[in-house]
Design a protein around this ligand. Structure first.
Ligand code: ZN
Length: 225
């Protein structure tokens, strides 16, 4: 199915929190400097979510909807294209609001109330679909509402954002050190030393960049470790 070929449905999920992985559907948020010799100079602000189908593909990939649910949503989205378009707009608004809130936390600033309002609006919609239910010996929350509710993935994302902001360890929130990356993640390493979204991506690129910079400045030549 085409939806699973979307780049959003193949991206690395490295954030450690659903809400962070959702924010990471944009590449290149880091400070981009257009230096021609940069190893990934072409990788400027790339949004993996181009339409509602990408959103469904990512949601399936991230495990918040099943294959069956994704098929139903694709069919429903085709039938109600204008409604699906509105849900997609809401998804992007939620994503950018979450990004700005996380970025404010990272830079020790106050998040803007308009961004909190956006998350609260989605959270309120999500909560209206939450139901307490018995699970084994305990209890759990489950989502109620029609299987074809086009915005059902937003319930999980808004919930994840609110949970992380209220109960997560925000002192472990990090932005990837890759020059142009900008991906966010939760550093769960024991000594709080994780620098990269993924070593094979940004970690190695940064080593190459530093190596080249050293060569350029004529300082001590040393192979990247
Ligand atoms: Zn990175």
């Amino acid at each position: 199915m085409k939806v699973f070929q979307s780049s959003a449905a193949k991206m690395r999920l490295i954030g450690g929190q659903l809400c962070l992985d959702f924010v990471n559907t944009v590449d290149g948020r880091g400070s981009y400097s257009p230096r021609g010799n940069s190893p990934s100079a072409n990788n400027v602000l790339g949004d993996k979510l181009g339409n509602y189908l990408d959103l469904v593909g990512w949601s399936r990939h991230a495990g918040i909807i099943t294959v069956l649910e994704s098929r139903r949503l694709i069919e429903e989205g085709r039938r109600k294209a204008s409604e699906a378009g509105k849900v997609f707009e809401r998804a992007l608004a939620l994503r950018e609001a979450l990004y700005r809130i996380f970025k404010a936390i990272l830079t020790d600033r106050q998040p803007q109330s308009v961004d909190l309002d956006t998350v609260n609006d989605e959270l309120q919609r999500a909560r209206s679909h939450e139901r307490l239910t018995r699970a084994g010996d305990g209890f759990t929350w489950e989502w109620t509402g029609p299987a074809t509710a086009l915005d059902r993935m937003l319930w999980s994302i808004a919930h994840s954002g609110a949970e992380y902001l209220t109960a997560g360890d925000l002192s472990r929130l990090r932005e990837c050190g890759g020059e142009e990356c900008g991906w966010l993640f939760e550093d769960t390493s024991k000594n709080r030393s994780r620098q990269w979204c993924h070593m094979q991506d940004c970690g190695n690129l940064e080593k190459v960049r530093r190596f080249r910079a050293r060569q350029h400045h004529g300082s001590k030549m040393k192979r990247p470790a």
